[in-house]
Write a protein that binds this ligand. Structure first.
Ligand code: FRU
Length: 485
């Protein structure tokens, strides 16, 4: 099939009426129609936020990748623009894979991976390409493409996995980091340098796994934050470490130093970015307010996605999260723009809990904040999207300092439990929870840890409960519906 942007736009317009709305989110970005995976080209350009995404409009499953495109003034309410890239050249016939955006001389440049299939599932070629736009809407692929070819892959790195360029400017030069591996089971990040975005030289292997952090690294992102260098990436098939890295694929960050001359990024330790089920391939941008903002794909490869059964769509983005540095660790906060969408506020405080309490509030698209004082309780928490046999459980066990997100009874779709250690602060646990139709994002202790999951409850499962086993005190509870349709 020969794909074009126009044909994709027409297909979306024509088929949109067939979308089944049941699990469509209210204040998160999804594809207008069809399939979505990674966020791409996240940038603020001429006063608007632009977010592109891996997109296959013709099915609710992955297919030859296009770049979908949406813009927003506040990161919450998005407007769809025409398809930005279609796989219409010999060097990207298998898909316009993930990449990033940068502004140069007032123009918007996209840098992406051209994927070409040689033998399906067995052999492929990946090179890097550029597309340019004056107006931020219509993009023309550069005649010089590909701008980084397979001949520029260093000896010892994969000849096939060479993708997801994240481009940035530093000291008057452009750099790009690319995901790869050493063909011996270790993920790698390759670093290239350029003065014009069209001619690139290999600098070095910026970082690599030493047996413990996955066999291939995808979607790297290298940026500075409060004077430190931060590397974010998505390692595949990381062996579990205790409660961590229990998903098939993971995301991690490292805080360290980056040497711009040697290109090497040094770090001491790495940590998961998200402790839930559905978070992958995040990308960040620095906005004009000086915020480093991260958005991830709110799904996971090879995980069941119920909307693929006749709903006409699959895939969503997480909330935009501000990235903050605290010592050697990152903390994540949903962007403050969300607060403008709060309606129907509800507040409760000073409740003595011992058992299950049905709250006089319901919902499927809301923000909920709760501060618990553990007291004598052996377990306490929240039950969300409660109805009939269904509930999604957020539970804390003070003795083990353990927090659990359990979706075994969340409805249809994937099940399971993720766990993570969280310390109480002055005997208290603060939760900030965002529920949106088929998602839940939990910010623990002011974003010290985040857990993200897709859930697919029945439409009537709207109840909200607080509970404890043994006595605890619910110091405060706030709830707002969030409306951004
Ligand atoms: C990550 C990823 C990228 C690739 C894209 C293809 O989710 O596998 O490495 O560019 O998806 O859609």
């Amino acid at each position: 099939m020969n794909y074009t942007k126009e044909q994709a736009d027409q297909y979306i317009q024509k088929n949109q009426v067939n979308l089944v709305p049941d699990f469509r989110l209210t204040y998160h970005l999804m594809a207008e129609y069809g399939w979505m995976n990674d966020p791409n080209g996240f940038i603020e350009f001429q006063g608007q936020y632009h977010l592109f995404y891996q997109h296959y409009p013709y099915d609710s499953r992955w297919g030859p990748m296009h770049w979908g495109h949406a813009i927003s003034r506040d990161l919450i309410q998005w407007e769809y623009l025409p398809i930005a890239l279609a796989p219409d050249e010999s060097y990207d016939s298998g898909g316009c894979f993930s990449g990033s955006a940068i502004e140069k001389d007032g123009k918007l440049y996209l840098m992406y991976t051209g994927h070409v299939v040689i033998v399906p599932e067995v052999n492929y070629i990946q090179t890097q390409a550029i597309a340019v736009s004056e107006d931020g809407v219509r993009f023309a692929k550069a005649p010089q493409n590909p701008v980084i070819g397979t001949d520029q892959i260093p000896a010892g790195s994969s000849k096939m996995d060479f993708r997801d360029p994240k481009v940035f400017e530093h000291g008057g030069r452009f750099y790009t980091v690319l995901g790869s591996n050493d063909e011996q089971g270790n993920g790698q990040i390759l670093l290239y340098r350029s003065t014009d975005l069209l001619h690139w030289e290999f600098v070095n292997i910026a970082a690599e796994s030493h047996g413990d952090l996955g066999d291939n690294w995808e979607c790297p992102d290298l940026f500075s934050l409060d004077g430190r260098a931060v590397l974010v990436m998505s390692p595949q098939r990381v062996p579990a470490q205790g409660d961590n890295y229990r998903n098939l694929h993971s995301t991690t960050y490292m805080v360290g130093q980056w040497n711009e001359e040697t290109g090497v990024f040094d770090y001491d330790s790495y940590h998961p970015i998200d402790y839930g089920f559905d978070f992958y391939a995040p990308q960040t941008t620095l906005d004009s307010k000086g915020r480093r903002i991260m958005i991830g794909w709110m799904d996971m490869w090879e995980s069941e996605m119920p909307t693929q059964q006749g709903h006409g769509w699959a895939g969503a983005m997480t909330l935009p999260r501000e990235v903050l540095l605290e010592g050697e660790r990152l903390r994540f906060q949903p962007v403050e723009e969300l607060e403008q969408y709060r309606v129907n506020g509800y507040e409760a405080s000073e409740l003595r809990l011992d058992g299950v309490l049905d709250l006089p509030i319901t919902g499927d698209s809301y923000e909920l904040q709760a501060v618990f004082e553990a007291k004598e309780a052996v377990e306490f928490g929240l039950k969300l999207r409660v109805g009939g046999e269904e509930e999604t459980e957020l539970a804390y066990h003070p003795a083990e300092r353990l927090f659990r997100l359990n979706r075994d009874r969340s409805g249809i779709g994937p099940k399971g439990e993720r766990r993570t250690k969280v310390e109480l602060r002055q005997g208290r646990l603060a939760l900030r929870v965002f529920v949106d139709k088929s998602s839940v994002e939990v910010f623990l202790q002011d974003g010290e840890k985040v857990m993200t999951a897709r859930i697919y409850p029945g439409l009537a499962s709207l109840g909200i409960q607080v509970y404890s086993v043994g006595e605890c005190r619910l110091e405060s509870l706030h709830k707002w519906d969030l409306l951004a349709e």
